[in-house]
Design a protein around this ligand. Structure first.
Ligand code: PLP
Ligand code: COI
Length: 352
């Protein structure tokens, strides 16, 4: 892939404090256009800025949009590295297949990220816990209101120097288990990382926030019974010594952090059961004091302890609202590999 590069003539000041999540954007972005007749073309890195779009563009009306999220980390020796970017490339193509958006060659996907991160390398924060969040996204861009298969699409990558996703940082978050709305069903788009899934989550998320909870934990859409995932992360529990995480049934996002956590835990000698976990079993475990730890995992959220779970009028406190032993160990190993403090025996790191 040939990428043309046009550098900005007005570089911005690079923020170093109070990064938050997804608030600041670097000086450049990557774009590439798709046409069904000619395939992908015009791969380019240009100054970060607004994009010109037709008001009838498919994405505005029928929601054909998918995205990915990964990070570039700065090691103590100053070098910059990515974590499992080919996994994001594969998942993006799985999402694209579901929405009938065009596929992107995995190597082109990773090469585009590397090229863009290189151009804006100075923006990769140096502090442990901070990183350059990478947001690739792909959307249907036909300029017509007809509902038909997608002929034109656009792929863009933007970069955002970020700190922790939750204001709580590594401190435990409060999660509300949602009883009314559902996020996804098997056969729908739950396994795809498409914008529509997040739009469908807005109402419940807002209700939870009003009640003082950070995010909602979804139950499955058919039985309203099985634990699925949280708004921006997969979930894991330690119940009476057993580590359990919901199995991938088609309505849950197959998280790359989830997959990595399972491998790390198994490697540490823990048994991890990917299985159906009902809300009744979870509530019973909370009542009996058998829920020893709960945590979420995701690229933005990293490994996030869950200190409180609200369900059906009752708030349950987990592990005295403190981070548990397994959660802490997982956090240390995973972030250790990502920031280059722990040897990457898994071959997950991709240098820039
Ligand atoms: N589940 C949802 C709904 C998410 O938005 C995310 C974040 O990307 C995850 C799970 C975790 O996925 P990953 O670990 O690949 O970031
Ligand atoms: C990520 O963790 O990369 C995500 O996409 C979550 C997002 C909703 C902030």
């Amino acid at each position: 892939m040939n990428i043309s590069i046009t550098k900005t003539t007005a570089p911005k000041a690079i923020p170093t404090e109070n990064l938050g999540f997804g608030k600041h954007f670097t000086d450049h972005m990557f774009l590439m256009d798709y046409d069904r007749e000619t395939g992908w073309s015009n791969a380019r890195i240009v100054p970060f800025g607004r994009i010109d779009m037709h008001p009838a563009a498919t994405v505005f009306h029928y929601g054909a949009e998918i995205f990915e999220g990964l990070k570039a980390y700065r090691r103590e020796d100053g070098k910059v590295q990515l974590f499992r970017p080919y996994e994001n490339a594969r998942r993006m193509n799985n999402s694209a297949e579901r929405l009938r958006l065009p596929q992107i060659d995995e190597n082109d996907f990773v090469d585009a990220i590397k090229a863009l991160v290189k151009v804006d390398e100075a923006w990769v924060p140096a502090n442990f816990g901070e990183s350059l969040y990478i947001r690739p996204f792909l959307f249907g861009n036909d300029e017509t209101l007809g509902v038909h298969s997608i002929r034109k699409a656009t792929f863009i990558i933007i970069l955002s120097p970020s700190g922790s996703y939750y204001p709580e940082g590594i401190n435990p978050v409060k999660i509300m288990i949602e009883k009314d709305d559902v996020r996804a069903v098997k056969g729908g788009t739950g396994f795809a990382k498409c914008g529509g899934n997040y739009a469908a989550a807005n109402r419940a998320g807002e209700n939870a926030e009003k009640k003082g909870y950070t995010q909602v934990l979804w139950l499955d859409g058919v039985h309203r019974k099985y634990i699925e995932e949280v708004g921006a992360m997969n979930v894991m529990f330690k119940i009476d010594g057993e580590i359990v995480t919901p199995e991938l049934t088609g309505s849950i996002l197959p998280g790359i952090t989830r997959k990595s956590c399972i491998e790390v835990l198994k490697n540490q000698g823990y048994k991890v059961n990917e299985r159906l976990l009902s809300i009744d079993e979870l509530v019973e475990a909370m009542k009996d004091g058998k829920l020893e730890e709960a945590w979420g995992c995701g690229t933005a959220a990293v490994v996030s302890p869950i200190g409180k779970l609200y369900y059906d009028g009752t708030e349950y406190v987990i592990n005295n609202g403190e981070i548990g032993e397994v959660t802490q160990k997982l956090y240390d190993i995973l972030t250790g590999i990502q920031w280059g403090k722990v040897e990457d025996t898994y071959n997950w790191i991709e240098s820039i």
